[in-house]
Design a protein around this ligand. Structure first.
Ligand SMILES: *Cc1c(COP(=O)(O)O)cnc(C)c1O
Length: 452
């Protein structure tokens, strides 16, 4: 059978798949949960065979066995890690992107797609307050976004110092900085993290950064990584103070807003981000609180030229792209071939307008504030940090790590909610990460009731 010919079987499968897509949008999807590999083996059997299962059978394995073993991150009571909550049209446009077979790495091959992505990036750069020359690209996620920004930062220092570059380089972080940053520095880039002491709410401050630079010496320190919305506590670092110290010491100022950067669009908390306009690079994940599907991180640079020099790959077969002098997304991150993954986010933003984004983000902030009140009002619970954004970190008085683990499992087994344990100052606790506009206060109180 010719796999590339549009046949009657393809047509029938297209109908089935479109029905699956529409049903998923129309109905509330169950939370679902993991199934152990042996059990999946029993239910799904061997799926790769010399002659193939045929479309109908392969699709049945997916719908009946595999799909129920994959969680719906947009379930309103999925509050673990950082959930996702793509808009209907972002999801739908992802289907259009998929059938378009487009290569999103270069202007030559994808000028239309890159134009649209760049407009979405411009919206983000404007929220940050970056100059007109700012720009970047969409990468896979916050991990690759942070890595790409830090590689550009180091490249800038190399260009500046040349032979005078110290043998060991460092970048300032805290123990609340996302794991991906320390991983990028230490394991990928072979750079040492310089740990800055956090304040009582878990924030990096300008004075603490200066203190660390004085104490440990600033030699070889090329960047400071601030977080605008930490993953565990949802707090925003002292961006203005950090920006000032970065200017003083000539450090690249990177802001990781993978989760919380979306709140730049929310007037009620915009003041927390004062100072972000000085960022040399910034990331935010549309697949988190900007309602895009996985996997998508927006990465913007104040001076994209240094990023381009850092990231452009060189080879004879790439000359046609590199010599054209156009805006090639592949030049701004750790990637070459890329899906135009910013397009589903762009389409939804273009269709609904930025006011709808502002309102949806404000509504999740409102639910989180009321959730914090509900936690405060229950004597058996303790809110551990006053929230800046929409992460509520709290403990159940008297519970051990085992109690949290058993509770997580119980809620998951019931298909009711997905809430995972974490730690704060070495103590077991849990957290709600609220980014889904469909999550209600009664979703939160329903879960709190299971802890009494
Ligand atoms: C989620 C997150 C990341 C990592 O992003 P991925 O998209 O999972 O790679 C980095 N930083 C922060 C603050 C995050 O919340």
């Amino acid at each position: 059978m010719d796999m590339h010919r549009y046949s009657q079987e393809t047509e029938a499968l297209a109908q089935s798949m479109m029905r699956i897509a529409l049903d998923r949008l129309r109905m509330d999807a169950p939370l679902d949960g993991p199934v152990d590999a042996q059990e999946l083996g029993r239910r799904a059997g061997q799926t790769i065979t010399p002659s193939g299962l045929g479309g109908e059978q392969a699709l049945r394995v997916w719908t009946d066995v595999l799909a129920p073993a994959t969680m719906s991150v947009d379930h309103p009571r999925y509050l673990a890690f950082i959930p996702g909550a793509p808009t209907e049209v972002a999801t739908l446009f992802d289907l259009v992107l998929s059938v378009s077979s487009l290569y999103g790495g270069s202007w030559l091959e994808s000028s239309g797609a890159v134009y649209a992505e760049n407009q979405a990036l411009r919206w983000i750069a404007d929220l940050v307050g970056m100059p007109a020359a700012a720009g970047g690209c969409f990468v896979q996620g916050g991990t690759v976004g942070n890595l790409s920004a830090l590689v550009a930062a180091r490249y800038g220092m190399r260009e500046r110092l040349g032979a005078a570059l110290p043998p060991r380089l460092r970048a300032a972080v805290t123990d609340q900085t996302h794991s991906s940053v320390v991983y990028a520095l230490r394991d990928v880039m072979d750079v040492d993290p310089l740990f800055v002491q956090v304040d009582e709410r878990g924030r990096m401050t300008g004075p603490a950064l200066r203190e660390a630079l004085v104490r440990e010496g600033a030699d070889g320190v090329f960047a400071a990584v601030a977080t605008s919305g930490t993953t565990n506590l949802g707090v925003v670092d002292d961006l203005a103070g950090i920006a000032e110290v970065c200017r003083e010491y000539g450090l690249w100022f990177h802001v990781d807003g993978a989760y919380g950067g979306a709140a730049l669009a929310a007037p009620s908390v915009r003041h927390l981000f004062t100072g972000i306009e000085h960022a040399d690079s910034f990331i935010v994940d549309p697949h988190k609180w900007l309602f895009g599907p996985f996997d998508c991180c927006a990465l913007v640079y104040r001076d994209p030229e240094v990023a381009r020099r850092a990231h452009t790959q060189h080879a004879g077969y790439l000359d046609a792209i590199n010599d054209a002098g156009e805006w090639n997304p592949s030049d701004y991150g750790v990637h070459l071939s890329r899906r135009a993954r910013g397009l589903p986010f762009w389409f939804s933003l273009a269709m609904h307008g930025s006011d709808s984004y502002r309102d949806a983000i404000e509504s999740t902030l409102q639910v989180a504030r009321r959730g914090a009140d509900e936690i405060r009002s229950r004597p058996y619970l303790e809110l551990l940090v006053e929230p800046d954004l929409t992460v509520l970190t709290f403990k159940r008085v008297g519970w051990t790590a085992e109690d949290y683990a058993a509770w997580t499992q119980r809620l998951l087994d019931q298909g009711y909610a997905f809430v995972t344990p974490t730690t704060h100052n070495g103590e077991p606790c849990t957290r709600f990460a609220i980014i889904n506009p469909r999550t209600t206060v009664s979703d939160l109180t329903g879960i709190l009731a299971t802890m009494s």
